[in-house]
Every structure is written in structure tokens, then in C-alpha cells.
Ligand binder design. Structure first.
Ligand SMILES: [Fe+2]
Length: 131
């Protein structure tokens, strides 16, 4: 269990908070599989699942920010695009190099720190712009 949810991550939007919690649950699952060994097949399924979930979460969150006319809406979108590009690059590396513990652990650390930073710097602005 690498990550503990805290109220400081709250955006004031319950659906978005639930989605963020789900992404962290995925990352905990990844951590478990790093400890116990992950097959190529598991990693491919996992990457598809977390990728799909994150893409739909980003779309939903961007829509909420647009509707609420959040001052960080466009910044949010730019960061999401960058994360998805980094995610696709990691997917490509798994394909080219195969699954290694080092690559998995790098991905898990990168995604966790990216998300925590992103939520704290960008997503929490939703608290100020929602009705
Ligand atoms: Fe975001």
C-alpha cells in the first residue's frame, strides 16, 4: 500500500475524487504486482485498463473545469496531454523491451508522483471555481 488518500487531495467534486481514488487503487495494484512478479500479459492488460480509465477521467475532469470556467482549465488540458504522451511512450517501451521490474517500478513512481503533484497544483483549483 504505497499511497494514502488525504482530504488535501479533495477537489470538492465527489465524482472526480472517486476517479482519483480509483487511479491510486490501480497504482497500488501495480505495486503489488511489482513485489510478486508481473507477467507480460498482465502488464498489457493493466496498461490498457489504467489507460482507458485515465483517458475517460481526464475528459470528464476537463469538461467540469470548462463548465465551471476554472482559471486552470487550459493548463489542466495541456498537462493531461503530456501525461498521456508519457504513458504511451511507456507502453511502447514495454512492447520493445519487455517487462522488467525496473521499468515497472519507474512507471509506478512516475505516475504516483505525477498524479499527486498534478492533483495538488491543478485539480484542487476545482474547489474555488465550482458553484
Ligand atoms: Fe487534472
Amino acid at each position: 500500500m504505497g499511497f494514502q488518500w488525504d482530504d488535501k487531495y479533495s477537489t470538492g467534486n465527489d465524482i472526480i475524487d472517486q476517479q482519483h481514488k480509483q487511479i491510486f487503487a490501480y497504482l497500488d495494484e501495480l505495486e503489488d504486482h511489482i513485489e510478486n512478479g508481473a507477467s507480460q500479459e498482465w502488464v498489457e492488460t493493466f496498461m490498457s485498463a489504467i489507460g482507458l480509465f485515465t483517458r475517460s477521467h481526464f475528459c470528464f475532469e476537463e469538461m467540469c473545469m470548462r463548465k465551471a470556467k476554472c482559471d486552470v482549465a487550459s493548463q489542466n488540458k495541456v498537462q493531461h496531454t503530456k501525461l498521456l504522451a508519457a504513458f504511451s511512450a511507456a507502453q511502447q517501451r514495454f512492447k520493445n523491451e519487455g517487462v522488467t521490474d525496473e521499468l515497472l517500478s519507474h512507471l509506478q513512481k512516475f505516475l504516483t508522483s505525477w498524479l499527486v503533484n498534478h492533483i495538488m497544483k491543478i485539480d484542487v483549483h476545482l474547489n474555488d471555481c465550482q458553484e
